[in-house]
Design a protein around this ligand. Structure first.
Ligand code: C2E
Ligand code: MG
Ligand code: MG
Ligand code: MG
Length: 293
């Protein structure tokens, strides 16, 4: 491939072309290797789910958890899902990853249920390519059934763009889940290329306001205005509204004044492995019984 790039650059006879091709080539090679390593990671212990609590603004209680995929290669630095999910989406690997996430989240939720833990729901992220598999919803329902779980236990997060690109089959699948009582959230709300009219058609139960608005809200009146409008529309449509990426008290104070329902972010909890989350929950319980909290 390097030779091809070099030859093409030679034919063009321009240094800048060679430079561009070399960069492109390096990037493609890097991506290719990453997908290769990820494929092998699937059969190892390198993948895990972390869980980030969502806190009710009114009561301060932990309501739901979002499951977030983590990849810690045995021989190197962790790779962010923001990097490897889009790569996995370009191949069938995304379907295997999606199955793995579903299975792992269901297994964990069933374990917590069996241990009598007061945990509500685990929400899992679905990407666009995952929806292209014709039996995606059947697999979801089958997975839950294997663990004797229902709509109270597992929810879904989809981005606006996934919803807009949804065809009739996907729409019907979501409608069925919605009808069964599953919670379906629109992730990163406000960042997709969408008109608001799509909100009329989609069987969703929650909006998650993208963290870029939350981040800039204290300093930018435009971001505050967009957040207020999103919360207003969400509530008028009977949806639950979640603010993502709350990192400090200033942001939280604003969000509380705006009457957002739930908050998620580093100010409250980072995403954590299951054992760590259990320790946190145990700590909260003890604090509550002591009356010290
Ligand atoms: P997302 O679904 O919007 O997830 C929220 C992201 O915000 C997570 O990044 C989370 O760690 C991060 N976050 C939470 N609180 C804060 C905060 O206060 N400040 C900041 N700066 N960030 C915060 P993460 O885990 O790196 O995931 C990135 C994206 O990768 C996710 O965005 C989601 O689109 C995708 N992803 C993660 N896990 C999965 C998965 O299991 N399946 C699929 N299809 N996509 C996933
Ligand atoms: Mg999400
Ligand atoms: Mg999000
Ligand atoms: Mg995001």
């Amino acid at each position: 491939n390097a030779d091809v790039a070099k030859n093409r650059a030679k034919l063009d006879g321009r240094g800048s072309v060679w430079f561009f091709d070399q960069q492109l080539h390096d990037e493609l090679l890097h991506q290719h290797r990453l997908v290769d390593r990820l494929e092998r990671a699937m059969d190892s212990e390198e993948l895990s789910l972390h869980y980030q609590p969502q806190v009710a603004v009114g009561s301060g209680r932990i309501e739901n958890l979002e499951a977030l995929l983590r990849w810690q290669p045995a021989d190197g630095a962790p790779v962010s899902p923001a990097e490897f999910i889009p790569l996995a989406e370009r191949s069938d690997l995304i379907h295997r990853l999606g199955d793995w996430v579903m299975e792992t989240a269901c297994h964990q939720r069933a374990q917590w249920r069996d241990a009598g833990r007061a945990i509500e729901r685990i929400d899992i992220n679905f990407s666009g390519r995952q929806m292209s598999r014709s039996d995606v919803f059947q697999r979801f329902e089958d997975c839950l059934a294997r663990y004797d779980l229902g709509p109270r236990h597992i929810g879904l997060e989809l981005t606006e763009n996934v919803l807009i690109e949804a065809d009739d089959r996907v729409l019907e699948g979501l409608q069925r889940l919605h009808h069964l009582g599953f919670r379906i959230a629109i992730d990163d709300f406000g960042t997709g290329y969408s008109s608001l009219s799509y909100l009329k058609h989609f069987p969703v139960t929650a909006l998650k306001i993208d963290r870029t608005f939350v981040r800039d809200a204290p300093d930018q009146s435009e971001d505050r205005a967009i957040m207020e409008a999103a919360i207003f529309i969400g509530h008028r449509l009977g949806l639950e509204v979640v603010a993502e990426g709350v990192e400090n008290l200033e942001q939280f104070t604003l969000i509380r004044e705006m009457r957002c329902d739930l908050v998620q972010g580093f100010y409250f909890f980072h995403p954590m492995p299951a054992p760590e989350l259990e320790r946190v929950l145990d700590g909260l319980l003890v604090a509550h019984q002591d009356g010290s909290c």
